[in-house]
Design a protein around this ligand. Sequence first.
Ligand code: GLA
Length: 377
Amino acid sequence: MDSKILLDKFAERFGSADAEVFAAPGRINLIGEHTDYNGGFVFPGAVAQGIMAAVKPNGKRWVRAYAMDLDAYCEFDMDDDEGPKTTHFRYIYGVVREMMAKGVKVEGFDTVYAGDVPLGAGMSSSAALESCFAMAMNELFGGSLSRMEMALVGQATEHKYVGVNCGIMDQFISMHGKAGSLVRLDCRSGEFAYFPWHPKGYKLVLVNSCVKHELVGSPYNDRRNSCERVAKLLGVETLRDATWEMLEGVKNQVPAEDYMRAKYVLGEKDRVLAVCDALQEDDYETVGQQMYLTHEGLSKDYEVSCEEIDFLVDEARRCGVTGSRIMGGGFGGCTINLVKDEKYDAFVAEVQVRYKEKFGVECKVIPVVIGEGARRV
Ligand code: GLA
């Protein structure tokens, strides 16, 4: 992304080019899916793609925002309790309101922004948007929020203004990402550790099914509700504290669907730990096997996959890819694939041809580059 294009557009729209530029990334997640709101571990990394915004205070109490990619414009009064109707602009409105609630002396601003995270690909374009504006407001209006506090602002925006009861993974990594490193986050304690990611002989690549994943109004919240019902019955705060024995003990007292959801979460807990061990040994074959198992769980027990994504994972297996699974919240979006260097070219070529043959639409291959977290540019 090029800040010059943004600043030119800003000058064209708002009459001056002296805005400041901020950026925040989308993310990948190696393993640990739907574990964040269950108090478990996740293993994300920031990507090179993200949102970039030119922002300049306007001395008023309103925000004027132009989304370049969508060619959409919105103005809203920061002190209005309702805010804009369009979901897209509600992300910005939510961040403004939550930053104000945290005591940051936010004032009105003008902004032009754009992004290169494919929308609806499960790469957290919305967290990138939230983090970018949280960072901008913190810097421009003398805020002193920590990165974790800004991540929580983004999460609260999803919960209160958009209606997605997401966990903390996406906003956390958009704020804390470091080029070249994945991060293991304990979502219960908030503790995290960077893991340099240089898997010798392997590459990570995403394949975007181009089935638009949309968590707003999706059964994402239902999944979370199922997990919380089971946790409540077990008398634990989150499924992080549940054991297999405990779950089997209530199997006949919970709806079959809730049982399946919890079964997936417990399995994923074990898989994340297995991956952590395997990474200590540079054992990427085990990492890959666990990724396939995660996919099976997400597809059959958590039921957040779809025909197109299952096809992409089957194709990966057929091409000898080391590990493949649906990534992110689900219901479409991308697969994440761990591929041996020597199998890479054949895989990306074949998967594109076969997907087109089967579904009549193109899938998109996105090589993974682990990038930086939110920043002033
Ligand atoms: C979405 C949510 C995250 C997380 C993932 C699934 O990306 O925003 O909090 O729950 O789904 O792992």
